[in-house]
Design a protein around this ligand. Structure first.
Ligand code: ATP
Ligand code: MG
Length: 458
């Protein structure tokens, strides 16, 4: 019986699915205009446009299609007496999300997007949407993120998602431009590695021929090595962490913006990081005004990024009735309290050495403290950095203190015998930074295909 029920359910679903309509070939049709190229001055010109159908509205003997291409919206208006029986009939069978090509004539219409619409002469159905997704394009109330992630490619067609990923693109461009302009070399380091660099989050093991290897948590050791030859380097690439808890700000795979520089210390790279954040916020505000309006969000930028020492932070927290043991990381309650006082970007510097990884330099006058910093936005850590240990002897000692085996790092320690310069750097979580630029509370919203404990597909 249950088999029968399942079977009848299946047919019910099938029946709901629309009858496919025959697809046209792309053939020699090529786009003449993106939506962003359309202006009323083009009135009377011929065009070929492509996109997917964002909405269909019938009004008597007129059908209004709005199609969306990568840049925006195009209105297509089909009047029955103008387009003829056959084309009008074809248009009636179009469904939302179907990808089409439209060959026609442009007509200036003040009310249309970009002040111009297309009067179709021919339409090609190039990708037929046989089901309607459960995602309304402009709705405030959306299906759960999990549901949307199941058909993420379609979910990303929503204008709000388009806005987020346009900002992602502009932010990425601005970071890269800033670093290149300031003489940093873009590098690529291996993502398959032999040993851990960051404590805490676990590594993902994998089989590398007949050996055990891991996916990298951070390009830390390799970017340090590269300053020997290139002095100023950066990498924008994936980092993998087997995070054990499911939170709104942790992914198993994220994009890390890593910077490392020779002959400077942590204060210099903090200034660099602040300059990057400032420039990116300005760029996003000026180039993505439309997208920020769609998201109803305005990124903030304080006049100065305050720099609190860890000890000062503990005092401030104590004054507000929040006790943190010296040497502990800041709890989420402590960070929430700090966010009330500092809702935007600020640094916490000079962390206890015990809070930081083995490669972070201790302070000369007080080895309990380190030359380190975190950049925080409200309660969200977005970057960590510091002056690095550049002496082999000290690095070996620090490895042992952290319970790590210097033998596993022999390949790394070796190069320190060849004149490793003093250096400093940081790692910025790109998606976390994007959360601050787009006002998103869940890191998955700013990630194309998020990876976490529960999501390995799509
Ligand atoms: P957290 O304490 O928030 O787990 P962390 O201190 O372990 O972060 P770092 O090793 O300092 O992280 O990594 C540098 C930056 O990379 C962090 O400041 C953060 O912006 C980002 N980052 C770290 N882990 C993740 C993750 N699982 N998902 C997304 N971004 C991350
Ligand atoms: Mg950190």
């Amino acid at each position: 019986l249950s088999d029968l029920k399942a079977e009848s359910k299946k047919t019910a679903v099938k029946q709901k699915k629309r009858v496919e309509i025959e697809l046209d070939e792309l053939g020699d049709w090529r786009r003449t205009h993106y939506s962003s190229n359309l202006t009323p001055e083009l009135d009377g010109q011929g065009c070929v446009v492509f996109g997917w159908i964002a909405s269909i509205r019938h009004q008597g003997n007129i059908t209004f299609l709005v199609i969306m291409d990568k840049d925006g919206l195009i209105q297509v208006t089909a009047k029955k007496d103008e387009v003829g029986e056959e084309l009008y009939e074809k248009i009636q069978r179009l469904t939302p999300h179907t990808s089409i090509g439209v060959k026609g004539v442009l007509k200036a219409i003040p009310k249309a997007p970009n002040g111009v619409e297309v009067r179709p002469k021919e339409i090609k159905v190039l990708g037929y949407a046989s089901v309607t997704p459960p995602i309304q394009l402009y709705a405030r109330k959306l299906p759960s993120l999990d549901k949307r992630l199941e058909i993420r490619a379609v979910d990303l067609r929503r204008p709000a998602a388009q806005a987020i990923f346009k900002i992602r693109q502009e932010a990425l461009k601005a970071i890269r431009a800033h670093l290149l302009k300031n003489g940093y070399q873009e590098v690529h380091t291996p993502k398959i590695i032999s040993s851990a660099t960051e404590g805490g989050a676990a590594l993902f093991p994998l089989l590398y021929y007949d050996k055990e290897a891991f996916l990298t948590q951070s390009p830390q050791l390799y970017k340090e090595q590269l300053v020997m030859a290139f002095e100023k380097v950066f990498e924008i690439g994936p980092a993998f962490r087997a995070e054990q808890s499911r939170t709104l700000e942790h992914l198993s795979e994220f994009i890390s913006v890593d910077v490392e520089e020779a002959y400077v210390d942590y204060r210099d790279v903090m200034n660099r990081l602040e300059a990057i954040v400032r420039e990116v916020v300005e760029v996003v505000k000026s180039r993505c005004a439309k997208e920020l309006a769609t998201l109803q969000y305005e990124p903030t930028l304080p006049d100065t990024f305050k720099r609190f020492t860890y000890d000062e932070v503990l005092e401030i927290l104590a004054e507000h009735g929040c006790k943190v043991e010296w040497g502990e990381d800041l709890s989420s309650a402590a960070l929430a309290k700090l966010a009330e006082l500092n809702p935007s970007y600020y640094f916490i510097i000079d962390w206890p050495t015990q809070c930081k990884p083995f490669y972070i330099s201790q302070k000369k006058d007080d080895p309990k403290l380190s030359e380190s910093f975190d950049l925080i936005f409200g309660s969200l850590e977005i970057a960590s950095g510091g002056t690095r240990v550049s002496s082999r002897r000290v690095l070996e000692k620090r490895l042992k203190e952290k319970g790590l085996n210097p033998k596993s790092f022999a390949y790394h320690l070796k190069v320190f015998d060849y004149g490793m310069p003093p250096h400093a750097g940081f790692g910025l979580g790109f998606e976390r930074f994007l959360m601050t630029l787009t006002g998103q509370k869940n890191i998955r919203e700013v990630t194309y295909f998020p990876r976490d404990q529960r999501h390995l597909t799509p």
